[in-house]
Design a protein around this ligand. Structure first.
Ligand SMILES: [Cu+2]
Length: 309
């Protein structure tokens, strides 16, 4: 722990923050005739400047689906609460083979992009359209396909694209890479945090046990201990931030293994990884430009070397 370890910090910062919308992570679904279409972001929060994907899950609608209100929010099937060892699973009755007839576009700030949809190899009926998110804004996703001669068409409003950053750090022994995707610290709003533990090949590491603490100045805005992420990826939401000031996030990897069997945990043990989340470029730009200007003035990717304390 006395060794100074250089951490690679890659922060992508976008100037001028536009109104952020925070709500529970959700996929949005609609029933169209005999079919149910559910869409969402592959990674939430959806941050401007980062790679992400729109996911579209198409299943037959059950009688229960058909009698439900026309639009409802579904719990995200791929990101369960960290304390659950057994994660939720995707539906198994997805409708396969629609990729070539599936027309999916996303419109943000008046700019429309057509997505190339590829069906998931693991989950039939789950279609994935990768894209790099451009600017913050409220997106509309339009889905059109034909199933057994029937047109299926709907528009959706997934979570807003927000300012934020991707910060990458590594455990002391170099075996675990931590990707932290967060919204920018913003006064009176919670900070949404997506954490992923990956091996050196970029694959998610299963069964990671960890603590996560976030502090802003003297104020602790997140403190969860003994979290188990079965998939290697998890989401946290902080208390409302007290200002736009930087937030320090401390991730402590407790070990890798089943939650009730710490004696046999492998990998880093009690390894503390400090991560600094800063809104610096955005807030400086806001002071210069004033809050009334909503155009994006620039994009900057910064690399920093931060010594481990
Ligand atoms: Cu597990």
């Amino acid at each position: 722990m006395n060794n100074r370890l250089a951490l690679l910090l890659v922060a992508t910062l976008v100037a001028v923050s536009i109104t952020s919308i925070h709500s529970a992570y959700a996929h949005t679904s609609q029933v169209i005739g005999d079919y149910k279409v559910e869409i969402g972001w592959d990674t939430e929060p959806a941050i401007a400047g980062l790679d992400n994907a729109v996911t579209v899950m198409i299943t037959p609608a059950s009688e229960e689906d058909k009698s439900a209100p026309p639009m409802s929010d579904m719990g995200n099937a791929t990101m369960g609460e960290g304390s659950d060892h057994v994660s939720e699973t995707e539906p198994t009755n997805g409708i396969s083979g629609l990729a070539s007839s599936l027309d999916v576009s996303i419109t943000v700030n008046g700019k429309k992009t057509t997505l190339a949809m590829v069906e998931s190899e693991e989950t039939p009926g789950l279609y994935i359209g990768k894209l790099t998110l451009d600017k913050p804004g409220a997106p509309t996703v339009h889905v059109f396909t034909t199933i057994n001669g029937t047109d299926v068409e709907a528009s959706f409003h997934p979570e807003a694209i927000e300012d934020g950053s991707l910060i990458q750090a590594t455990s002391s022994d170099g075996s675990v890479h931590v990707d932290l995707i967060t919204t920018a610290p913003s006064k009176d709003e919670p900070m949404d945090v997506n954490i992923a533990f990956k091996d050196s090949d970029g694959n998610l590491i299963n069964h990671v046990n960890y603590d996560i603490v976030a502090t802003q100045g003297e104020t602790e805005i997140l403190n969860e201990s003994g979290v188990h992420t079965h998939t290697g990826q998890d989401n946290h939401s902080t208390e409302a931030a007290t200002s736009d000031d930087p937030v320090d996030v401390q991730v402590k990897i407790l070990g890798i293994g089943l939650p009730d069997d710490p004696a046999n945990w492998s990998g880093p043990k009690d390894d503390v990884i400090p991560i600094h989340v800063t809104p610096e470029f955005g807030s400086i730009a806001m002071i210069v430009l004033g809050v009334a200007i909503v155009s994006i003035v620039g994009f900057s990717a910064k690399s920093k070397i931060i010594p481990k304390l």
